[in-house]
Write a protein that binds this ligand. Structure first.
Ligand SMILES: Cc1cc2nc3c(=O)[nH]c(=O)nc-3n(C[C@H](O)[C@H](O)[C@H](O)COP(=O)(O)O)c2cc1C
Length: 404
């Protein structure tokens, strides 16, 4: 009997050992299946390498650069019509952010970013560019209007003039990690401010430790709380988060957990949870990150325009952000848009509510003549961020686009 017990205990333990091996094996298999060991690899990331390999494809080379630009929620709201001597850029309004971006203002900022990457890359490819940007006024209710032309680049052959900024195109990353908290030299701000020569645009900085910086941080947290408490905004934001590794590799879009600025162990856990990430987790991260991110930033920044819903100024403001971020990449700065405050300004305006957030922003800038359209943080990096997914040029180029 005692012997039997011993045997059965041994068998039991052996059986348990087998189960642990099976469970661990299944865990490793699921981890591999969910890309735990493959961050930054797969079809959604080939565009980051393709842009160098495809240097000699004529005008299409510029599209390879354009698609690496920043865009709100990584929506990549663009379609390109590429001819021998001309590229037309269209807004793909089906890829809108709903209540998060009711005027398509952020969409147009992202399109401006794509324009800037093309302009920066053009010299390296031996092109001079004559650029025309769309005019008009952004308004609500433009989502799902198909394709709207926003820019035409007329190309002529020119001497090859490689630009330093072009080298930064494949290395630029939105950095959502903690920064070091160290101050930046004064010259960093003067040089960044000098990247703007457009009278309709302004870049404003608020250094950590100042009252305006603290107001900026508190306003960003309040903006995040507002978004989470507004069911439509929270829903329309969450809709762009990939639901799995495979879903991300297929859509090649959206904010993916590998770029959330969290450590590898947490990324692995989130990836392995079926249906990841949960809306509650995303909402809670939005609020805590808004606080945490500014605790270690060197400064907060604003890109402002003269007229908040002017199409042309919004596109140019997007260009300016992309230029600032490319320049920052060359200087090894860490940078991240934190656009909660302008997003709430749009939402309050759309709903006809008193413009409390607009007033709050005005109090920070102290100048009603400038309308903040884009807010961000800057500092020094602690971790090298991963690339975000991208749809390659083949998926976003159409000849003879049917648009307005
Ligand atoms: C208009 C605009 C608004 C953005 N707002 C935010 C934001 O509030 N928070 C954030 O973390 N990233 C924001 N981003 C950054 C995008 O999420 C990012 O560009 C996109 O995910 C692609 O990643 P990448 O910039 O690393 O290529 C914004 C980008 C743009 C162009």
């Amino acid at each position: 009997m005692a012997n039997n017990n011993k045997i059965s205990r041994r068998n039991f333990l052996r059986g348990l050992g087998g189960m642990v091996v099976v469970v661990a094996g299944a865990g490793v298999w699921r981890a591999a299946d969910q890309g735990v060991f493959s961050a930054g690899a797969g079809p959604a990331f080939t565009a980051w390498d393709a842009w160098r390999a495809d240097m000699n494809e004529g005008p299409l080379s510029l599209v390879h650069a354009a698609i690496l630009a920043a865009s709100p929620h990584n929506t990549q709201p663009w379609i390109f019509d590429v001819q021998e001597e001309q590229i037309d850029l269209y807004a793909d309004t089906t890829r809108h952010l709903g209540a998060m971006d009711p005027y398509l203002r952020e969409m147009y900022l992202g399109l401006g970013c794509a324009v800037e990457n093309m302009l920066v890359a053009a010299g390296s490819h031996g092109y001079a560019v004559d650029l025309s940007l769309a005019e008009g006024e952004l308004s609500t209710g433009q989502g799902d209007r198909g394709f709207i032309k926003v820019a035409t680049l007329r190309l002529t052959q020119a001497d090859v003039q490689p630009s330093a900024l072009a080298a930064a195109i494949p290395n630029r990353r939105t950095d959502r990690y903690d920064y070091t908290g160290d101050p930046l030299p004064e010259t960093t701000y003067t040089q960044m401010t000098a990247l703007n020569s457009d009278d309709d645009l302004a870049v404003l900085f608020y250094l950590a430790g100042t009252t305006a910086f603290e107001q900026f941080q508190a306003g960003t947290v309040a903006g995040a709380e507002y978004i989470v408490a507004d069911p439509e905004m929270a829903h329309d934001s969450f809709a762009w988060f990939p639901t799995s590794w495979d879903n991300m590799q297929e859509t090649k879009s959206g904010p993916y957990i590998d770029t959330a600025g969290v450590d590898p162990a947490l990324r692995a856990v989130v990836k392995m949870v079926p249906g990841m990430p949960s809306m509650a987790a995303v909402d809670s991260a939005l609020v805590t990150d808004a606080q945490r991110h500014f605790d270690t930033a060197s400064a907060a920044g604003i890109v402002a325009v003269r007229s908040l819903y002017d199409v042309n100024q919004t596109l140019r403001a997007g260009q300016l952000w992309q230029r600032l971020h490319l320049w920052g990449t060359l200087q090894n700065l860490a940078m991240q848009p934190h656009n909660e405050m302008p997003e709430v300004v749009d939402r309050q305006s759309q709903l006809g509510l008193p413009g409390e957030m607009a007033q709050y922003l005005n109090a920070i800038t102290g100048d009603e003549g400038w309308k903040p359209t884009f807010t961000f943080r800057v500092g020094l990096p602690t971790v090298a961020p991963l690339p975000s997914p991208r749809r390659p040029a083949q998926e976003v180029v159409r000849s003879a686009v049917q648009g307005t």
